[in-house]
Design a protein around this ligand. Structure first.
Ligand code: NAD
Length: 513
């Protein structure tokens, strides 16, 4: 039996010890099943998450469906005004949001602030809805005939998000879906749900009508209910590739539009002419920032030619001496723990396997000493040299602070190796040669490419998405593709015939002669 625990006038999420559901503007505890949420910096659990039952998810869908007709008919400028207010509230509550991200994800405040800022930029883009939804108009496509295309909302849509960006990735989805006139059900990661629930509450405070955004916390029971309920029209997913593939095929089999973004293995090519000091600085941040738990993290450096490999490893080793891993609460740390004990063990096991397969562990981050936080889920920055493409540590996504170095003779070899990998999310080339960079960006089989830019995450007014098994579906996330994903095109052809222009019966396909 669900129980209402608070309304928006009461205590905020920052004070809750059980993270529940936001349905129809009210915080509900389902009460059937729950599991602990850990603070990865300490390894302790201070909160629980309520795992939604089928009935609770169905209640959220009912709420979203009931809210749809009025929201669909609300003027886009009024929908955008709620987002303008939401942006203000996000900025005013930035510290609280980053604290919640830190407590449950382990991200250091500078990194959490960057995540929040990227999320806010998606809200800013969504504020342009009246312009984005203007449609297309053609006058006189035939005698006294005008034609236009408009972009109508889909209805109830859902988003299922990963642990590594509890604020930014939800902001890729619900602001745009909502300003387009849809109602939304968000299913955040069960590992760090508080920051997500908190921003959803801020959107209520910004004036969003009840039921337009519902948040369901839960596991695969919740996800499967969303994927199979006929009232849900579309699914946005971001997470690991096996789950992305499952979500895409299940959603499609149930007649839903779907975009499912998956995992990654992002390579950086280091050309012989690269500014090596700059490349090393960029690589350190892009490989180890956020403990390597970014889908755009650079996890493989491909050194081209006779000398680049040795120089890269030498300079990386020196740069990594200063890396500081530790709790989220100390802003002097460069990165925090990984998300769970199980994930810490998994990352360590990949380093073990690389060693067993004959690679060289140049800097070993297994079991780092973090004084006072001995139970935290820490892995230090790790550099592995002489990696080959047959190794498990190379083939799989590790999702930890581990950079592997592969050495090749030519740029063509480096590109062939990237193209052969199952993932195609991001990649980067470090070079001073414009011709090589242009060839690389034109031909590489990867969705997001950097030229001397290590994390080429598109800004909010472009769209984000990988190729190959990094994305199932057609449209990328947010930006212009986001508008297309959350709307369906309707094309209307109109004539108001005057009595003097009455037409004869015509059986031929209408054309303009
Ligand atoms: P995950 O796939 O384990 O979980 C993602 C979501 O799916 C969560 O909400 C989770 O509750 C749900 N889920 C998990 N198992 C499920 C199941 N069996 N059935 C139904 N739902 C299930 O991913 P994660 O560990 O939270 O996030 C890390 C992964 O996400 C990495 O692989 C990373 O590369 C990827 N990622 C990709 C992008 C991108 O844009 N391509 C962005 C961020 C993260």
């Amino acid at each position: 039996m669900s129980e209402v625990v608070m309304d928006k006038s009461q205590a905020t999420i920052t004070e809750l010890t059980t993270i529940g559901q936001l349905i129809d503007g009210e915080m509900i505890i389902d009460g059937e099943r729950s599991q602990p949420i850990f603070n990865p910096s300490t390894g302790k659990s201070e909160k629980n998450i309520d795992l939604a039952s089928v009935a609770t998810v169905e209640a959220a869908i009912t709420s979203a469906q009931a809210a749809f007709p009025a929201w669909r008919n609300t003027a886009p400028i009024k929908r955008a005004r709620v987002m303008f207010k939401f942006k203000e509230l996000l900025e005013q509550n930035a510290e609280k949001i980053c604290e919640l991200i830190g407590q449950e994800h382990g991200k250091i405040s500078h990194d959490a602030m960057g995540e929040l800022q990227r999320g806010i930029e998606n809200v800013e883009y969504a504020c342009g809805a009246p312009e984005l939804l203007k449609g297309e108009f053609s006058k006189n496509v035939g005698p006294s005939i005008d034609s236009w295309s408009e972009f109508q909302p889909l209805g109830v849509v859902t988003g299922i998000t990963p642990f590594n960006f509890p604020v930014m990735v939800p902001c890729w989805m619900f602001p745009m879906a909502i300003v387009c006139g849809n109602t939304f059900i968000l299913k955040p990661s069960e590992r760090d749900p508080s920051a997500t629930l908190f921003i959803a509450q801020l959107l209520q405070d910004a004036g969003l009508p009840k039921g337009v955004l519902n948040v369901i916390n839960g596991d695969k029971t919740a996800v499967n209910t969303l994927l199979t309920d006929k009232r849900v029209q579309a699914v946005s997913f971001v997470g690991s590739t096996p789950i992305a593939e499952y979500i895409y095929s299940t959603a499609a089999a149930n007649g839903k539009r779907c975009q499912a973004l998956g995992g990654a293995k992002n390579h950086a090519i280091i050309m012989p002419d690269a500014d090596m000091d700059n490349a090393v600085n960029q690589l350190v941040g892009a490989a180890f920032g956020s403990s390597g738990e970014r889908c755009m993290a650079l996890s493989v450096a491909v050194a081209v030619g006779d000398t680049a490999g040795d120089l890269l490893v030498e300079k990386m080793t020196i740069a990594m001496q200063d890396l500081k891993v530790g709790p989220y609460s100390n802003p002097k740390n460069d990165f925090g723990p990984v998300i769970t004990k199980a994930h810490q063990e998994k990352v360590n096991a990949y380093i073990d396997s690389a060693e067993k397969d004959g690679a060289t562990i140049v800097v070993d981050g297994r079991n780092p000493e973090v004084v006072g936080y001995e139970d935290g889920f820490y892995v230090g920055g790790t550099l592995i040299d002489n990696v080959t493409t047959d190794m498990l540590s190379y083939r799989d996504e590790i999702f930890g602070p581990v950079l592997q170095v592969i050495r090749v003779n030519t740029m063509q070899e480096a590109m062939a190796l990237i193209d052969a990998h199952e993932y195609g999310n991001g990649t980067c080339i470090f070079t001073r040669d414009g011709e090589a960079a242009r060839y690389f960006s034109d031909h590489i089989q990867v969705g997001m490419v950097g030229i001397n830019v290590p994390l080429p995450v598109p800004v909010a007014y472009h769209s984000f998405g990988g190729w190959k098994r990094s994305l199932f579906g057609d449209l990328h996330a947010y930006g212009p593709d986001g508008v297309r994903f959350y709307t369906k095109r309707k094309t209307i052809t109109q004539r108001w015939p005057s009595t003097s222009l009455r037409e004869n019966v015509e059986f031929a396909m209408p054309t303009l002669k």
